[in-house]
Design a protein around this ligand. Structure first.
Ligand SMILES: [Zn+2]
Length: 234
């Protein structure tokens, strides 16, 4: 792959951190974000820092095992212990160039309430998210977390971590962020629809038609579109 320009990649990663914090997808020192710089190097957020206040010079360069490289700019910094989740996506999927992990309130609340987000209600959410996988609860920062998502990584770009957060993948850091943003927007829409008496989902044929014409919007059907169609009304 073509190596990414460090300065530009750092600026994009920090921008997404700031947007995620300002939009309330993370609070305090929560969340972690990363991108591939080249075949063997990742750029990621440091542990224990507020992502809303991050600067490009705060970022950490690691290898694909998540070990901080022995470089002057890495001095005194370490990557998040949750980087393990990102590593499994980079190992299993060559197309994943960036990973976002945050704790968006409404989407996570659906997992806390054991309610499914796989409801076909918004065309943009259907095309952006596809079928949302839910990984069982695992103790944060332990090896249980990457183990809990391993079965889902090949089949989706959006994983809800039960009672914890969301993990999204992208061809770049903005695509990973847009999936995070769309996930929370979709969850809020479902919540409001529930307050108004309950959502009426699109039919299977309406979802199939959407996938058939999505190239008009410059999009391709998500990798698990068949699974999602199954959730539509017959
Ligand atoms: Zn987390």
């Amino acid at each position: 792959m073509q190596p990414r320009n460090l300065e530009r990649a750092s600026s994009e990663l920090v921008k997404v951190c700031h947007l995620s914090y300002e939009r309330g997808y993370i609070c305090g020192t929560e969340g972690n974000f990363s991108l591939r710089l080249d075949d063997s190097t990742l750029l990621t957020t440091p542990a224990g820092t507020c992502k809303g206040l991050l600067s490009p010079s705060d970022l950490v360069l690691t290898n694909l095992d998540g070990i901080a490289l022995d470089l002057p700019q890495n001095k005194g910094k370490r990557p998040s212990t949750e980087l393990k989740m990102h590593l499994i996506a980079y190992r299993l999927r060559a197309d994943v160039m960036a990973v976002a992990h945050a704790h968006p309130t409404t989407a996570v609340a659906f997992s806390v309430a054991d309610k499914s987000l796989n409801r076909c209600v918004l065309p943009e959410a259907i095309l952006t998210l596809g079928h949302i996988a839910t990984a069982p609860y695992a103790t944060p920062s332990t090896d249980e977390v990457p183990e809990s998502i391993a079965a889902h990584v090949q089949h989706t770009d959006t994983i809800l971590l039960s009672h914890h957060g969301a993990l999204t993948f992208g061809g770049d850091i903005f695509q990973a962020f847009y999936r995070l943003e769309t996930l929370e927007h979709h969850a809020k829409t479902l919540l409001v629809a529930h307050m108004l008496g309950g959502e009426k989902t699109l039919s299977r044929s309406q979802v199939e038609s959407l996938f058939a014409v999505c190239n008009i919007y410059g999009m391709t059907p998500p990798r698990n579109s068949a699974e999602l169609i199954e959730t539509g009304t017959k």
